[in-house]
Design a protein around this ligand. Structure first.
Ligand SMILES: Cc1cc2nc3c(=O)[nH]c(=O)nc-3n(C[C@H](O)[C@H](O)[C@H](O)COP(=O)(O)OP(=O)(O)OC[C@H]3O[C@@H](n4cnc5c(N)ncnc54)[C@H](O)[C@@H]3O)c2cc1C
Length: 367
């Protein structure tokens, strides 16, 4: 029997798993490699930080999805991949061979690399990824905040840093919150309409924005490029996510940032038996943002194409719409939505985001 290995239980693989109990693929042994027994849906993590959701409301358990599918689940992570030898190495040192491989893991905050550019990050920083580790540590911060007001610095001015800063402000109203944008302007990749609303939202929530770069972290402070020292009890590291190191030596074609280069069928441009979806991959035919929206949209196409290749058929290209509704929560029950050049804000936008996020969980939750 031939082997298909699904590496990572990201958005697209969760969709694939949800179809297999009712539509099994004959003649193929499927193995899932996923370190956690669930997918923690990152888009709801700011809502968890803000106190709107309990952590277990933000997860999709894997075991109910695997029931009656015959899939073997190994609770491990990949540490090396040799695409030419069709072999994966797992974190217990074992190796696993495959005929087909589909990768849906996430970028990583490489502690060693970040420590080189931001000494002290490893010892004092609260890293946002893996989100499972962050989710486990965040309650300790809220406990600490009960005894005294904290000084929190969120390092990273992208949508992730902005959402977290506003979520922390909502959850810890007596603490000071500073957003260190790493030298860029706030929401630098968004339209000027979004930027203006974000700047205003941060100001209204009394969040200090520093367009400076953190260069080191010590106990109780963060040093910035300007030489300024920012008093800080909790430095939240919300920047520096990159392709995992194990991809570099895999023999796969990669983009300039080290992510897997895939074609319009989500197939590796270098290896016909390897597929990828979500943030770990880059489409060479059309640039798509690394976001939950595109990760999710790829699920049905990846499922169809893997089903095709294991049945000896050709995969088909798919072209997701480039336009997305981007939703940025403001910590309290308000959010900013943007669609192309249009931008709106309000409580109803937060209700919409809340409904979309909870619907995603409901759709795949089978427990
Ligand atoms: C806090 C936060 C908030 C966000 N909010 C939004 C938002 O509001 N809207 C939006 O569009 N995007 C948002 N994003 C980005 C979005 O979550 C990602 O783009 C999306 O999760 C990518 O999905 P994916 O399918 O690539 O991987 P994911 O769904 O993140 O899953 C990757 C899986 O791979 C597993 N894994 C990791 N390493 C390995 C390994 N070595 N071996 C095996 N398995 C492994 C992980 O355990 C995880 O289950 C947010 C991200 C974060 C961190």
């Amino acid at each position: 029997m031939k082997n298909l290995v699904l590496l990572g239980a990201g958005h697209a693989h969760v969709h694939l798993l949800s179809t297999l109990a009712s539509q099994p693929w004959p003649g193929v042994q499927i193995t899932l490699i996923a370190p956690y027994p669930r997918l923690l849906y990152p888009d709801m993590v700011p809502g968890f930080v803000a106190g709107h959701y309990a952590l277990d409301k933000c997860v999709i358990p894997l075991e109910p999805l695997l029931k009656n599918t015959g899939i073997r689940w190994l609770a491990q992570s990949a540490t090396a991949l040799d695409a030419n030898a069709r072999s994966l190495t797992l974190d217990d040192g074992s190796t696993l061979n495959f005929d087909w491989l589909s990768v849906n893991t996430e970028p990583v905050q490489d502690r060693q690399q970040i420590e080189l550019r931001l000494p002290g990050a490893r010892e004092y920083g609260l890293f946002v990824q893996p989100t499972e580790a962050f989710g486990a540590l965040w309650p300790r911060v809220t406990e600490l905040a009960q005894s005294h007001a904290l000084r929190v610095a969120v390092i990273g001015g992208s949508a992730l840093g902005i959402e977290l800063a506003m979520a922390i402000r909502h959850r810890l109203p007596t603490s000071s919150v500073t957003l260190v944008t790493e030298g860029a302007s706030v929401a630098a990749h968004d339209t000027s309409a979004v930027q203006q609303r974000v700047v205003q939202a941060l100001k209204q929530r009394n969040i200090t924005v520093l367009a400076d770069q953190a260069v080191s972290i010590q106990a109780g402070e963060v040093t910035l490029t300007s030489g300024a020292r920012l008093a800080c009890d909790i430095p939240v590291i919300a920047s520096g996510a990159q392709a995992p190191a194990w991809l570099a030596g895999s023999g796969l074609a990669l983009d300039a940032q080290g992510f897997m280069a895939v074609d319009a069928c989500q197939r590796a441009t270098s290896h016909a038996n390897v597929f990828a979806a979500g943030d770990i991959s880059t489409r060479v035919d059309q640039p798509l943002a690394h976001s939950g929206v595109f990760a999710l949209r790829t699920g049905p196409a990846l499922t169809q194409n893997l089903a095709a290749v294991v049945a000896g058929l050709e995969p088909r290209p798919h072209a997701p719409s480039k336009f997305t509704l981007n939703l940025l929560s403001c910590g309290d029950e308000e959010a900013i939505a943007s669609w192309g050049r249009y931008c709106v804000q309000g409580h109803w936008v937060w209700l919409l985001k809340d409904w979309i996020d909870r619907s995603f969980i409901q759709r795949y939750r089978k427990d």
